[in-house]
Design a protein around this ligand. Structure first.
Ligand code: ATP
Ligand code: ATP
Ligand code: MG
Ligand code: MG
Ligand code: MG
Ligand code: MG
Length: 236
């Protein structure tokens, strides 16, 4: 096809392909959620409806963008980790980041009612995104540890505030203490299928197949245990 005289403008696009062999992390954070939480009457300091909606939206991202191996979220943020060898969108940072952010934002609105019922969504929420590359397993684990430790620190700083709401820091549920980690897991699923026998009669036959589903955890991801229990997440 003949090129138009306007085509040259394409050359103004810069190459933003992520360095090969690195884990690609996309972190989202809700815009001005301090205000969003107030206006939507989030219970302090941890509104379970809001946390559930964040996790639902993160699941939607994992379902739509293959190659995300783990996601971790707390408060109004979620981090998504693409496997080191991903070639999705030719590893273009802007494509990966904007797809994650828009899929997450539209899901947040789409699933709002499932978590907040009749309480209306007052305005369209937004999320910022950034891309960070980590070359080693240690760096990636330290990144995720940092996010979880950061959560603990900010919660502990608020301990005095928490006591105001009559919450004992230590007896809080794991969801509040540890945040949410999402990973893919294989699960055997048995369904009954109606099959035709050679003699022409039909019968119900159980068929078992292994399906990949997203599993959520509210556990420590800083120590060794989680990684020993799930050795497939990191590429060695
Ligand atoms: P920015 O746009 O810079 O991110 P922000 O107001 O979103 O500003 P954050 O540091 O991201 O600031 O903090 C998020 C705030 O959102 C928390 O301090 C809290 O007030 C509120 N928030 C988020 N999730 C929840 C929740 N599940 N329950 C209660 N409050 C929440
Ligand atoms: P990609 O994910 O790579 O962007 P795509 O299917 O979205 O794939 P585009 O090149 O973005 O491909 O093209 C958008 C397509 O969406 C159009 O080719 C057309 O089929 C359809 N489309 C978009 N807007 C309209 C519209 N207003 N009316 C009818 N069709 C539309
Ligand atoms: Mg912020
Ligand atoms: Mg925020
Ligand atoms: Mg935040
Ligand atoms: Mg398109």
């Amino acid at each position: 096809m003949a090129k138009s005289k306007f085509e040259y403008v394409r050359n103004f696009e810069t190459d933003d392909a992520c360095l090969r062999n690195c884990y690609i992390v996309v972190r989202l954070d809700g815009r001005n959620f301090h205000k969003f939480a107030e206006q939507h009457k989030f219970t302090k300091p941890n509104d379970n409806r809001a946390l559930g909606l964040m996790t639902r939206s993160a699941r939607s991202v994992m379902g739509e963008l293959e190659d995300i191996v783990i996601a971790y979220g707390q408060s109004d943020e979620f981090s998504f980790v693409f496997k080191r060898t991903t070639t999705l969108f030719k590893r273009r940072a802007s494509k990966l980041m904007t797809h994650v952010a828009s899929q997450f934002s539209s899901s947040y609105v789409f699933y709002w009612k499932e978590f907040f019922g009749e309480q209306p969504l007052l305005y369209p929420p937004g999320f910022d995104g950034r891309v960070v590359l980590y070359p080693t397993n240690r760096n990636l684990r330290d990144y995720l540890s940092w996010r979880q430790a950061d959560w603990n620190t900010s919660r502990r700083q608020n301990e005095i505030l928490f006591s105001q709401f009559d919450i004992n820091y230590n007896s809080e549920p794991a969801l509040h203490k540890k945040g949410t980690t999402l990973i893919w897991e294989k699960q055997d699923e048995t369904v009954t299928k109606r099959m035709k026998r050679p003699d022409g009669e039909e019968e119900d036959v159980p068929v078992t197949r292994s399906r990949r589903t997203v599993q959520d955890y509210h556990c420590d991801i800083i120590g060794e245990k989680f990684w020993e229990d799930h050795p497939d997440i990191l590429e060695h």
